[in-house]
Design a protein around this ligand. Structure first.
Ligand SMILES: [Zn+2]
Length: 250
């Protein structure tokens, strides 16, 4: 498969900079998660251990399988959402291991792995599992929903502050606190939603989520922090197991 040009840090920054404007114009509806019965399941691929600091071939294969499948599921389960995924690696050296989902100014969904992220994954099923999880974030419209939650909570708290006679600076502070809380209230639930749909996507792309989920056994556990961004790893593992049973995967 022809490898696409990697995303540069400047491009990512400019895409992120454009996000709030873009999101405020979004109108999206999302249907409940369901197994993609009308979509043909791809044949299984064997477990291939990654060589240290590599994984580019396995990344390209996962992208070739997951990109078209995520697009089909996105089109089947949403309306008003851009389903034309672009999946790439940010080659900027010394970035933290990370994989995330964002979108460009035109609303095109981007899934980005930092180079060091590949060094954290031990086989092709883990790459596919993480990639599918990020695609699921977009299909479930999490960026849009988080933005709307943050805006609503921010304006609500700013109004409350104004009603009790706060000055402009205090009102702005209240708005920022509200936005932070609003963005975090559903953050853990969104992660679990993405784990559920991500498990389905990885399975339909031919990967084994029972192998991919083992990534969570090595991920530092965030614990169960109030207003934390991610749920405990044990909760995520349970969601993946339940999804495999519920949808009869593998
Ligand atoms: Zn996530």
């Amino acid at each position: 498969m022809k490898r696409k040009a990697p995303l540069t840090r400047g491009l990512i920054r400019s895409l992120l900079f454009g996000l709030p404007l873009l999101l405020s114009a979004c109108a999206v509806s999302v249907r409940p998660v369901s197994a993609p019965e009308t979509i043909e399941k791809l044949p299984d691929v064997p477990v291939r251990r990654l060589r240290p600091e590599t994984g580019l071939a396995e990344f390209a294969e996962a992208r070739a399988r997951i990109e078209p499948l995520a697009e089909k599921i996105c089109k089947a389960q949403t309306s008003g959402l851009n389903c034309n995924f672009r999946i790439g690696i940010d080659p900027t050296p010394d970035l933290e291991p990370n994989a995330f989902q964002t979108q460009d100014r035109l609303g095109r969904p981007l899934i980005i792995f930092t180079s060091s992220m590949l060094g954290q994954l031990t086989n092709n099923h883990e790459i596919a599992f993480v990639m599918s999880h990020e695609a699921a974030h977009h299909i479930r419209a999490h960026l849009v929903r988080e933005y709307l939650n943050a805006r609503q909570a921010g304006e609500s708290l700013a109004r409350s502050a104004a009603e009790i006679g706060a000055d402009a600076e205090q009102i702005q502070k209240a708005r920022e606190v509200g936005q932070f809380v609003g963005a975090r209230v559903y953050s853990k639930a969104f992660e679990l939603e993405a784990d559920e749909l991500g498990t389905i996507i990885a399975d339909y792309a031919g990967y084994d989520p029972r192998v991919g989920v083992r990534f969570f056994y090595r991920l530092p556990d965030p614990g169960d922090l109030f207003l934390g961004s991610h749920p405990p790893n044990e909760d995520r593992i349970q969601v993946v197991k339940r999804t495999i049973e519920t949808y009869g995967l593998n």
